[in-house]
Design a protein around this ligand. Sequence first.
Ligand code: A2P
Length: 277
Amino acid sequence: MNDMTATPTAPVLPDAQTVTSVTHWTDRLFSFRVTRPASLRFRSGEFVMIGLMGDPHPETGKQKPLLRAYSIASPSWDEELEFYSIKVQDGPLTSKLQHIRPGDQIILRPKPVGTLVHDALLPGRRIWFFATGTGFAPFASLLRDPQTFEDYEEVIITHTCRDVAELEYGRQLIESIRTDEMLVELLGEENLAKLKYYPTTTRETSPKMGRITDLLKSGEAQRDLGVSAITPETDRAMICGSMGLNTDLKEILGGFGLEEGANSDPKHFVVEKAFVG
Ligand code: A2P
């Protein structure tokens, strides 16, 4: 190494955005907000690629961006962008990303895409949002979008996590929708009466325990919520969770006669894998 490289200057990040706040929910979960590129337009429920510069290559010293898909958790009208993430101690990105602080920069590629959008569903009477873990993120966006409440007579969000602490981000989000003056005014008080929140845990005692898949199959979730049977005529759904959840729920909804749709071919439900790693 010569003197020229002994004092490297900080790399200039492409597509840099500045972190404005960070909240650590548990030792496995955190959320953060960043500045929004002026030109970025997106539909609630979509994701973007975000990340950091990777470690320098041991021989060339070159750094490459390390990017992952992250659902945007903030609604499309928000002036900042919010993300909700797992922390994986040996995960290439999240082992580093979990240490970001306000004022730091992240990379954000301003090309939103995704299937969890209203356009990918046929009109219906009731919408179900099924989430496990950080799969809550796209619904945190959709639940703050007035269109969700304009399009449906009933809006049901289910969230299954291992323990009670992991439900907290979602619980606070639902509470803010119901009580925050600005959100209540934006979404409409009568509209908010359409919202039903169904949190469950699988590894810690809480008022409702069990995987949402089992609770739906047995009919317990429908009974608890006081809703009629799920049918392709009335119900629409969006799913975001682990691979296992996505596969199992697809089968369950298929059993109720619902078919999977896409942006180009709207049907009864859509699925997206939550970011992991
Ligand atoms: P479980 O504790 O029974 O595995 P994770 O934190 O591993 O991403 O899981 C989040 C939640 O999703 C956990 O409560 C977990 O339940 C649940 N889960 C995992 N796989 C499935 C599945 N195939 N169907 C329904 N829920 C699932």
